[in-house]
Design a protein around this ligand. Structure first.
Ligand code: NAG
Ligand code: NAG
Ligand code: NAG
Ligand code: NAG
Length: 420
């Protein structure tokens, strides 16, 4: 074994010498695994750039893909040589290498061309702008790029991330990035997951989702995106989760939303959407969570055939300026656990059939203009406790028929006056 290795090493060096070909890998052997020397030096230097000069890779980890593995580094073999395929920097595990406050991204990082996954967690703390150079060298192989909890990463995402057309997962979560998204992001059509939540991105959501046939998760929440929701979201036919909550999006919801037949989560809370609810909602029949609260939507609930949305578990339409009556279709949603109708301008009676929803655990109707008697049973109040709220409905009252012992009086809904 050793002899054969020695021979091939000899042969290689001979070849290199004969042809003068610099590109032939210069390999060294540990117990079993050969690794291209340049690959190893690049790995040491790249990591040293992040963790600081006192870290000496060749000293501590002479065989990083073999018997001295580095926390956060994985390798794979190509043509009988080890290459680095996964690199995770920052405090992911207790024993992982923390990034230095004076870190630098060295050019050697981009020599690790076999990387399939690169992630930075809690690494960039001091302010730093990501340069655009280098990323192109990951174009062929990188399928996952993650920046999580790096408050130091500021200003724009580099345009060159758009060259990583094989990316399947782009996670840019809770960093300090701002400005508009680079237009080149529209080229990342292999993505299954795009998470850009918790930054300070501004500008419009690009209207370029045609061709994103594989996208399953789109999360742009907790940014400062403005403008309308582009109609091309309707092209995201595989989409399972769409979270655009906590932005400044406005205008009417596009009809094309109704094309998202497989969508299970739609969260648009805390935006400026208006123009009322329309029946594009009832066409998304896979939805289990629909959260539209805190938008000046206006309009009525009764136009929607809620009974069609049989999979709904969470429905939150609070703080939307909704008028009209509580639709009886809601009483058919047998899986519903959470129903938030509070802080609207709903009128009419409260359908007592809501009590019969087998899973209901939270029901909020407070802050409306509902009237008449609350016709729920004692059992219902016992089950719901403070997860039923009805206060701030001046014309709603609590009938005397419900007899509660002194010790259970506190279970009656707060802030609802007795009927006279
Ligand atoms: C690491 O240590 C070796 C020997 O212990 C030394 O030769 C080398 O210069 C050091 N490298 C760095 C980058 O400090
Ligand atoms: C990288 O993307 C830019 C546009 O975003 C394009 O002009 C350029 O040709 C791409 N480079 C390569 C090498 O594909
Ligand atoms: C939607 O989901 C169904 C069932 O899981 C699946 O067969 C179908 O391919 C999905 N549609 C798209 C466009 O991904
Ligand atoms: C609620 O509706 C009533 C009757 O239509 C109206 O008088 C009232 O101003 C509305 N309140 C709000 C907060 O819109």
């Amino acid at each position: 074994m050793m002899w054969r290795m020695f021979c091939s090493l000899f042969l290689l060096s001979l070849l290199a010498r004969c042809t003068g070909d610099e590109s032939l890998p210069e390999v060294t052997y540990s117990e079993q695994a050969p690794m291209d020397k340049r690959e190893r030096e690049a790995l040491y230097s790249a990591i040293q750039g992040f963790v600081g000069d006192s870290w000496n890779g060749s000293d501590l980890y002479p065989d990083p893909c073999g018997w001295t593995p580095i926390q956060g580094v994985s390798c794979d073999m190509y043509n009988d040589l080890w290459y680095v395929t996964d690199l995770s920097l920052g405090l992911i595990h207790e024993n992982s290498l923390p990034c230095s406050s004076s870190l630098e991204i060295r050019p050697e990082l981009f020599e690790l061309k076999h990387l399939r996954s690169l992630s930075f967690f809690n690494c960039f703390i001091s302010p730093m702008v990501l340069a655009k150079d280098g990323w192109i060298s990951f174009a062929a192989n990188l399928d996952s790029l993650e920046f999580r909890s790096n408050p130091g990463l500021i200003e724009k995402l580099p345009e060159t991330l758009g060259n990583l057309t094989n990316l399947k997962s782009l996670v840019v979560l809770e960093n300090g990035f701002s400005g508009e998204l680079p237009a080149s992001i529209c080229k990342l059509k292999s993505l299954k997951r795009m998470v850009l939540a918790g930054n300070s991105f501004t500008g419009m959501i690009p209207n370029c989702f045609k061709g994103f046939k594989k996208l399953l998760i789109l999360d742009l929440s907790r940014n400062s995106f403005s403008g309308t929701l582009p109609s091309s979201v309707g092209d995201l036919t595989s989409l399972l989760k769409l979270d655009l909550s906590n932005n400044f999006l406005e205008g009417k919801l596009p009809q094309e939303l109704g094309l998202l037949k497989n969508l299970t989560l739609l969260d648009l809370r805390k935006n400026r959407f208006s123009g009322g609810l329309s029946n594009n909602i009832e066409r998304m029949q896979s939805l289990t969570e629909l959260v539209l609260s805190d938008n000046p939507m206006g309009g009525e609930m009764v136009g929607i055939k809620w009974e069609k949305m049989k999979n709904l578990v969470i429905l939150d339409v609070s703080k939307m300026g909704l008028r009209g009556e509580i639709p009886t279709g809601l009483t058919n949603l047998k899986r519903l656990r959470f129903l938030g109708l509070n802080d609207n301008n709903l009128t009419g009676f409260v359908p007592s059939e809501l009590e019969a929803l087998p899973c209901i655990g939270s029901l909020y109707i407070n802050g409306n203009n509902l009237r008449g008697e609350l016709r729920f049973s004692r059992k219902f109040y016992e089950k719901m406790g403070r997860r039923f709220k009805a206060w701030k409905n001046p014309n709603l009252c609590q009938p005397f028929e419900i007899v509660m012992s002194e010790s259970q009086k506190h279970l009656l809904p707060l802030g609802v006056k007795p009927c006279t």
